[in-house]
Design a protein around this ligand. Structure first.
Ligand SMILES: [Zn+2]
Length: 287
């Protein structure tokens, strides 16, 4: 019987599910659906999506990317942007229904894992940064996600403080309550809140502020983690060198003592968390 790996990207606006070849990790089928409001509806939809992509194949492992907070060790998830999902024992639910090994992690960590393995990096330390409606990142060292302790904690790079440039400082407000978070300056949501329009419509002066703030974040990440490379994905990364060139310069101008990492656009470019979930499924299956 054919065997497949299943990757789940459980997002606040959409669910994506993929089936992949257990050896090559090549994606065989993908489905996407809007996220339902209710928990029961959401779980039924996920099961139906898995059945659709798996067809008649045997499932060798399931990996899932979800919003935090979650405990990757127990598989209990409470994604912040899905209010009906609180303390959901997703690991137990998936194992009971599909009789397959399961592993999950926060979407930013999973995206970093996908970027590293499927982007075929040879460097030992990759920092992956997602810039989309929200922002976050994950550090992969020697092919493994760097995790914190304390019940499955993980670094939250979006909530680092930066000395920012912003013509509307009163509009800088993070969901977490702190007054100077990087996410509150450069995520897609933050850009709309601060400048009143999406990133692609910013004028040069506004764009320079976004690049400065990102550059300060890059400088902090480089100084703290000394990665070989920082890869940037998510919708905002489609701006490419328009964003990266000035941000990289700010990093270089302010980074002392630590060698500067390369700063590049993501090699996968899209569906990074979904592809990373396939990598997690591969790890769960012990293949
Ligand atoms: Zn914050």
């Amino acid at each position: 019987m054919q065997r497949v790996l299943i990757g789940l990207d459980i997002g606040g606006t959409k669910f994506m599910v993929a089936a992949a070849n257990p050896t090559s990790l090549a994606v065989l089928a993908t489905v996407k659906e809007p996220t339902p409001a209710g928990l029961e509806e959401g779980l039924s939809l996920l099961h139906a999506m898995i059945a659709r992509v798996a067809a008649d194949a045997d499932i060798a492992g399931i990996g899932a990317a979800a919003g935090g907070p979650l405990d990757w060790q127990t598989g209990v998830i409470s994604p912040l942007h899905q209010p009906a999902w609180r303390d959901v024992p997703l690991g137990r639910i998936m194992r009971d229904r599909w009789h397959a090994p399961f592993r999950c992690d926060v979407d930013t960590n999973v995206a970093a894992l996908g970027e590293y393995h499927l982007g075929h990096y040879t460097e030992r330390r990759l920092f992956y940064l997602t810039l989309s409606t929200g922002m976050g990142g994950g550090l992969v060292v020697d092919g493994e996600i760097y995790r914190g302790g304390l019940g499955g904690a993980h670094p939250e790079v979006g909530h680092q403080a930066v000395p920012f440039h912003c013509r509307h400082p009163a509009r800088v407000a993070c969901e977490c309550g702190a007054p100077d978070c990087l996410e509150a300056l450069i995520s897609g949501t933050a850009i709309r809140r601060i400048y009143g329009r999406p990133a692609e419509e910013l004028d040069d002066g506004e764009w320079a502020e976004v690049a400065w703030n990102l550059g300060q974040g890059l400088r902090n990440m480089a100084a703290l983690y000394a990665p070989d490379i920082i890869a940037i994905g998510g919708g905002l990364a489609r701006q490419g060198e328009r964003l990266l060139k000035p941000a990289r310069q700010v990093m270089l101008d302010h980074l002392k003592l630590v060698p500067a990492p390369r700063v590049e656009v993501s090699r996968l470019g899209y569906d990074t968390a979904l592809l990373g979930a396939v990598v997690l499924a591969h790890e769960a299956a012990g293949l």
